[in-house]
Design a protein. Structure first.
Lengths: 242, 190
């Protein structure tokens, strides 16, 4: 006797399960938290390999900009140059917007770890650098890109104050979301100097050509990392799902 | 090769030592035959691993920096066949637990812009020897198996000196997947 049996039902059942399991596993395998640490590690290793010894001090600021975001089933890993992405005016605008979002409620809710806080702190650090900066030696006659903007020209108003106090006050003037008439007038006078200082600072960092190579190198390394690690992660999750 | 085989007590060190010895044998400025092919001149190269700095300037040489990008989970299996022991000699056939780790490495090949021809040549030859089973046999005998390189990728060719004066180097990348296989020391001959 010849008996023909069909296993199509079990095949359909398995397919149905896989159709549910695969998207869920794909989503899970792309979880940004899983990738962020590895992406940072790979970026750092790659930059250490391709940078010259005197450029190594710039690696950490680059690695700090690495972010991972998931939109649908697309994972985006991003790294940008911390030096040239925005113009000096843009940097001030960004810090001002961050300061406006940094309400006391936000600080309490995030226990001081708000992302806006970091941006404001970075800006305040630049202002402090400017306050501490040395004035160019006017007697050398050497050409300086921004002669008046390599450091603050201190005057009578600054006497008796520490650099930190001066910087804090200037940051407040520049960033406060509700400036008074007097503060606004002071801001208008100060802002061009700070903007030129930031521009000067940015121009002395890595060149655009080097930045481009760093970004290309890290992108290539990430592609290698994802091609190797993503299938393995997906396979492991599907295996767990049974 | 004299370096110890890949072993769990010094996974990264033993792997880099093996690559170091193997690559030094090829990129020594002399001619070598890849597999059954005709001898080809291999430019001399400086080898560096992970965060080690390449000398500046490279002085006409080409730099190869090996970066370890990814490792899989350890996959265990049991084998009856002899596997290389820690000191590189073959152990007697026994039941032995073996660990397998899938890995990805990047070989960043760098040279000064005046030497860009050698940069390309080193990247191409590196791809060729990694891809050649015969050439890579000494590595597989020490626990580095299944080397699967991707063709060299150009990151920078140095550009035009007048337009980008600080871009005075060429950079190419060879990605290579492989499997590290070593006996689990705690599980010998059960």
């Amino acid at each position: 006797m010849l008996q023909i049996a069909s296993n199509v039902d079990s095949v359909i059942e398995r397919t149905r399960k896989l159709r549910a399991d695969i998207p869920a596993a794909m989503q899970k395998a792309l979880a940004p938290d899983l990738w962020l640490a590895q992406a940072r590690d790979v970026a750092e290793r790659t930059l250490l390999a391709i940078s010259e010894p005197e450029q190594r001090k710039y690696i950490q600021p680059f690695v700090n900009t690495v972010s991972a975001q998931l939109a649908g089933i697309t994972l985006s890993l991003k790294m940008r140059s911390p030096f040239q992405a925005s113009s000096s005016d843009q940097m001030i605008e960004d810090a001002r917007a961050a300061a406006a979002s940094l309400t006391p409620k936000e600080i309490v809710e995030t226990r001081g770890l708000s992302l806006f806080m970091k941006q404001v702190e970075n800006f305040e650090a630049i202002v402090l650098e400017w306050v501490q900066g040395d004035m160019p030696n006017e007697n050398t006659g050497a050409p300086v890109p921004y002669p008046d903007e390599t450091g603050k020209r201190k005057d009578a108003r600054d006497w008796g104050k520490t650099d930190e106090e001066i910087a804090r006050f200037i940051s407040h003037l520049l960033l406060t979301p509700d400036p008074t008439k007097g503060e606004l007038a002071a801001r208008e006078k100060l802002e061009p100097h700070i903007a030129k200082y930031i521009a000067n600072r940015l121009s002395s960092q890595l060149s655009e050509a080097i930045v481009e190579i760093w970004l290309k190198g890290v992108m290539a390394a990430w592609r290698a990392m994802l091609c190797a690690a993503y299938p393995a992660r997906l396979h492991s999750l599907l295996k767990k799902a049974g | 090769m004299n370096s110890p085989a890949v072993n769990e007590a010094a996974l990264e060190t033993s792997t880099f030592d093996l690559f170091n010895e193997w690559l030094k044998g090829w990129f020594d400025g002399n001619a070598h035959a890849i597999g059954a092919g005709q001898p080809v001149t291999f430019p001399a190269a400086v080898l560096r691993y992970q965060q080690d700095k390449l000398p500046q300037p490279l002085g006409g040489q080409v730099g190869i920096s090996l970066v370890w990008v990814n490792t899989s989970k350890v996959i265990y299996s049991w084998k009856m066949s002899p596997v290389p022991s820690g000191n590189g000699t073959n152990a007697t056939p026994a039941r032995q637990q073996v660990a397998n780790i899938k890995t990805t490495w990047l070989f960043m090949v760098r040279s000064e812009v005046e030497n860009k021809k050698n940069c390309r040549s080193v990247a191409e030859l590196l791809f060729a020897i990694l891809n050649n089973t015969n050439a890579a046999l000494p590595l597989s005998q020490k626990g580095i198996h299944r080397l699967r390189p991707m063709p060299p990728q150009l990151i920078s060719d140095g550009g035009r000196r007048m337009e980008k004066p600080d871009l005075n180097f060429c950079l190419r990348m060879v990605q290579c997947n492989g499997v590290l296989r070593y006996p689990v020391l705690s599980q010998v001959t059960l």
